[in-house]
Write a protein that binds this ligand. Structure first.
Ligand code: G4P
Length: 339
């Protein structure tokens, strides 16, 4: 796992959010457009009830626009959710979030005077940049540690809207190991907490398979190799990440690959799609079932004793023969019946 979680922070942050949620009219969740699932707070959907929620796809300038459209449709299947794309270079669009907040809240309660909007997001997602744009001034950054005594920062946006800012906290989705890697690649995690070999290899594998043309163009390669290691070696040679004695400096090339991905130099690239997440969910469920079955088998063997290796071989041969005979009989019957 390339990311180190801080369960204490998470519990404290969640407690603080729950305490203030009663006063909140609308929830604004800032997502990283490249990883809308991995950057989403898995707990908030459980506690927000039917409160309206605006999911901001920030850093949309870095994400694959076709994939972003798929994600927006997917998340808007929840009727309480409205999505909105933003990026640092389009402040006019970001400012229009204020109109959206007002529209959503007035639709729910026409006589509302002051709108309380709670804003949440993982570290480095661009929450402070967004708040500064909405407030039209530089607001002191909320620390990324939940307060010991609850005091979320309140920012008056004018026109009757108050933003309740919360600390940026990472929420683990431990059941899906890919989310840790994607958070690492995107830059949600401080570099000091990262294992570069892990995320560099993960990124290389994903990028050469999913965005081969962009990778060929960026690293000036006519063809891409089959494995991430071969790719990293080829890219390292192109970029001079080679040590004395002609050995490839894998750490350096991994660092460079991640930096170029994060800055958008390779192109607009998303790290996950709704389809991928469905597939991963099925694989995870199958792995869980297999683990339970293996455990039950082990327990049975433990209780009853398992066959010695030679007996097991003989049993496997008998089973194989039985299956072959039965398959042959079935085929013969089919032929005989003309089906
Ligand atoms: P946070 O409060 O959620 O922790 O994030 P913050 O606003 O501080 O933004 C984190 C980094 O992301 C900043 O870069 C910021 O400029 C960048 N950023 C914010 N919004 C966008 C966006 O829409 N597109 C792009 N491309 N970048 C965005 P930084 O100060 O250089 O930090 P770092 O990149 O070195 O971490």
């Amino acid at each position: 796992m390339p990311v180190h979680w801080f369960p204490g922070h998470m519990h404290k942050a969640l407690k603080e959010m729950k305490e203030v949620l009663g006063q909140v009219d609308v929830l604004i969740e800032v997502l990283d457009a490249r990883i809308p699932y991995s950057s989403e707070n898995p707990e908030i959907a459980k506690i927000r009830g039917d409160k309206p929620c605006i999911k901001i796809f920030n850093k949309s300038d870095l994400a694959d626009p076709d994939v972003t459209v798929l994600w927006q449709a997917h998340l808007e299947e929840d009727r309480a959710v409205q999505t909105f794309t933003t990026s640092i270079d389009d402040t006019a669009k970001t400012k229009s979030i204020i109109d959206l907040i007002r529209k959503i809240c007035i639709r729910k309660n026409a006589s509302i005077k002051t709108i309380n909007a709670m804003i949440i997001g993982i570290p480095n997602v661009g929450k402070s940049t967004l708040i500064n744009t909405l407030a039209n001034r530089v607001i002191a950054k909320t620390g990324n540690e939940p307060a010991v005594t609850k005091n979320q920062q309140r920012v008056n946006l004018g026109s009757g809207i108050v933003l309740i800012d919360t600390p940026g906290v990472l929420w683990p989705k431990l059941e899906n190991p890919n989310t840790g890697y994607r958070l690492g690649v995107s830059g949600a995690v401080k570099d000091s907490a990262l294992e570069y070999d892990d995320i560099g290899f993960y990124a290389a594998d994903y990028l050469i398979k999913t965005y081969p043309e962009l990778m060929k163009a960026r690293y000036k390669l006519d063809e891409l190799p089959n494995t991430e290691l071969e790719f990293l070696e080829m890219a390292a040679v192109k970029r001079g990440a080679v040590m004395a004695g002609g050995r490839v400096n894998l750490h350096k090339i991994c660092e460079l690959l991640i930096a170029e991905y994060r800055s958008g130099k390779i192109g607009r690239i998303s790290l996950e799609t709704p389809q991928m997440l469905i597939k991963e969910k099925i694989e995870i469920e199958q792995a869980v079932v297999k683990k339970i079955e293996d455990k039950a088998k082990r327990k049975r063997q433990f209780k009853e004793g398992s066959l010695t290796p030679d007996k097991r071989d003989k049993k496997e041969i008998r089973t194989k023969k039985r299956l072959e005979t039965s398959a042959r009989a079935k085929a013969k019957n089919k032929k005989h019946n003309g089906t």
